[in-house]
Ligand binder design. Structure first.
Ligand code: M6R
Length: 610
């Protein structure tokens, strides 16, 4: 995930900024840069790769000055490269910008600016901000930034400076986190607390739509669009550095679970056109004709990514009526799959480096089959070798147990399925609009679930001595139970199995006896009654049941021992919601057993061996 550091004061800005960026290295990045106001004006340098690369450049040619901004980039729009790294500057190099997040309408702003003669040198959405500031500048940096913000849609945390007003830094926030630090005769900007913790523990946390103007004499907060002044209490940070890296959460996994509303919003980003309610995927290079000729899809992946694929299968088949087979990559590569010239292979990988997935991709390409990758890491092996790439913009995932990557993979599969349906004309505009409208509501609904974890925590606390449990569901609920079960066993070491609820009676029902916990998902209306019948079967054998139902369902609670409701949405979008409590369940079960949630035994984050 990108990191921002800014400084204005009396000290050497370059040193403070690079030191702050180093504290953000744990978040992952692929390039770094810094801009400083020097005697000769705004100067900057940047480098692809580790911070050490940037430091080597700065050693040869230091940027002397006491105000500056810096950035570590995790690529989204455009590959990792020097050109794409931040800060971005306008053509006359009078404005410098660092940015986290995504400007959803950057393409239309870029077109306007190109029409006015502005020249772009990077592939990023951020560069439009620098040119936009130059275009709008009215002699007052603050009001220029406000005007620019009014034109931008999306998610951003911004650090801005200008040679025209050298004694000022501007920080602004919409959706991406940003803080400003208070010092004596100095002030700081940070995307995260660790970036500035060495220098100050007194910060203002910017809220949505707020802006801060930093000078050596103090910090002024205001509403970004209107300029209305804001009074804010100082937040005194009590955390140590390790706690701060986890954003105050106990583990990276919990932090990443709570990042999901933002990650999902970023992944949908500019891909849903809110004017037409359609999906736009400019990253897909193949033509509509080429895409629409595919009549068979293999989705190939491992672990959690494969489970996302199971949701994708249901969705693509429902919306496009093209058959989809989901395959475990380690099996697929050795089993001589049937390829035709109308086969598309979709590989899914958070890391983009999983050996089995990569080998499956290569097998497909060797047979001349087109490969579309869904991955979280720009420039990863999977991304480089696939013909087409859709990135999940989840940001780096540190915990071994994958959470936000899964929900973003599922979102990407919805987007792909909708795009495919648009191209093939298998859904009407009204149907597409209904789905995209509901998709856009998902981040808020995920946040709603995350606000109420207590019932899940209570249930998890009852599992400390449990040795085995079951998850059941049908259809899409079954796909989600597979993920819930993997998550639980992976970090709590409790043996668990996910079963298609209707299949239990063909053998596994023999394992259900008094007090065996069974977690039952019943969110799918078309098979609801059948699912409830299966739940009744396990209850009759003594199972202790926790049910998941959709808000408004007053029935399931009469059958199971306890019930948790998830917000309403279109039934086929519910996996993005129902998986959240299952992730929390795994987390709390692991924490209650005193285990290392982030680094479970025997497992690695990226499995680069066969
Ligand atoms: O990086 P990938 O998505 O290719 O990784 C695949 C699996 O190794 C991964 O999803 C694994 O199952 C997770 N640790 C599960 O939480």
């Amino acid at each position: 995930m990108c990191g921002i550091v800014g400084y204005i004061g009396q000290k050497n800005a370059q040193e403070i900024i690079v030191g702050g960026l180093r504290k953000l290295e744990y978040r992952g990045y692929d390039s770094a840069g810094v801009a400083v106001l020097t005697e000769n004006g705004l100067a900057h340098d940047k480098a692809k790769g580790r911070l050490a690369e940037l430091e080597a450049l700065l050693e040869v040619k230091p940027l002397e000055g006491t105000a500056g901004i810096g950035h570590t980039r995790w690529a989204t729009h455009g590959k990792p490269s020097r050109e794409n790294s931040h800060p971005h500057l306008d053509e006359k190099q009078k404005f410098a910008v660092v940015h986290n997040g995504i400007i959803e309408n950057f393409l239309s702003i870029k077109e306007e600016l190109i029409a006015k003669g502005y020249k772009f040198i990077s592939e990023t959405d951020t560069e439009v901000i620098a040119h936009l500031l130059a275009d709008l500048y009215d002699g007052d940096l603050e009001s220029t930034v406000r005007q620019a913000i009014k034109k931008m849609r999306g998610a951003y945390a911004l650090g801005i400076m200008s040679e025209y007003e050298p004694d000022k830094l501007i920080a602004a926030r919409l959706a991406s986190p940003l803080i400003v630090g208070i010092g004596e005769g100095e002030a700081f900007i940070g995307s995260d607390i660790p970036a500035i913790l060495e220098h100050t523990r007194d910060v203002y946390i910017l809220n949505e739509g707020e802006m801060a103007v930093l000078t050596r004499n103090g910090i002024e907060l205001s509403v970004a669009e209107t300029g209305e002044k804001i009074e804010r209490d100082i937040f005194h940070v009590e955390w140590d550095l390790v706690q701060a890296e986890k954003g105050g959460y106990d583990s990276f996994m919990l932090k990443e679970i709570y990042e999901q509303p933002q990650a999902i919003r970023d992944t949908m980003g500019s891909r849903i056109d809110v004017d037409t309610n359609k999906v736009v995927l400019p990253e897909i290079k193949m033509s509509a004709e080429e895409l629409s000729q595919f009549n068979h899809i293999y989705i190939v992946a491992c672990g959690t990514s494969m489970h996302a694929g199971l949701v994708g299968k249901e969705v693509i088949e429902k919306l496009v009526r093209v058959p989809v087979a989901v395959e475990v990559a380690s099996e697929f590569r050795y089993r001589d799959p049937i390829f035709t010239d109308k086969t598309l292979v979709v590989v899914i990988s958070q890391s983009g480096e999983t050996a089995d997935t990569l080998a499956a991709l290569r097998e497909a390409k060797k047979s001349g089959v087109k490969v579309l990758a869904i991955t979280n890491v720009v420039g990863s092996s999977v991304a480089r070798e696939a013909d087409e790439v859709i990135y999940t913009w989840a940001g780096p995932e540190v915990a071994v147990a994958s959470t936000k990557a899964y929900t973003c993979q599922v979102i990407s599969l919805y987007l792909f399925a909708l795009y495919f349906a648009q191209v093939k004309g298998t859904q009407s505009d009204a149907q597409i609009a209904e789905i995209t409208t509901n998709l856009l509501e998902l981040p808020g609904k995920v946040a709603e679930i995350l606000e109420n974890p207590e019932a899940i925590r209570e249930f998890a606390n009852t599992l400390t001595d449990v040795t085995s449990l079951f998850f059941i569901g049908r259809g899409l609920d079954f796909a989600v139970t597979l993920e819930g079960s993997l998550k639980l066993k992976e970090i709590s070491y409790i043996h668990s199995e996910a079963y298609a609820a209707g299949e239990l009676k063909h053998g596994t029902l023999a394992l259900i006896e008094d007090n065996v916990p069974v977690i039952c998902l019943a969110t799918q209306p078309d098979i609801y009654e059948k699912t409830v019948s299966n739940i009744v079967e396990v209850i009759a054998r003594g199972a202790r049941t926790l049910g998941f139902a959709v808000a408004g369902d007053e029935e399931l609670g009469k059958t199971v021992d306890s019930v948790i409701h998830i917000p309403q949405t279109l039934p086929f979008l519910s996996p993005v919601l129902s998986v959240i409590p299952l992730q929390l369940l795994a987390y709390y079960a692991s924490a209650a057993r005193g285990l290392d949630v982030d680094k479970p035994r025997n497992l690695a984050k990226s499995v680069t061996v066969e």
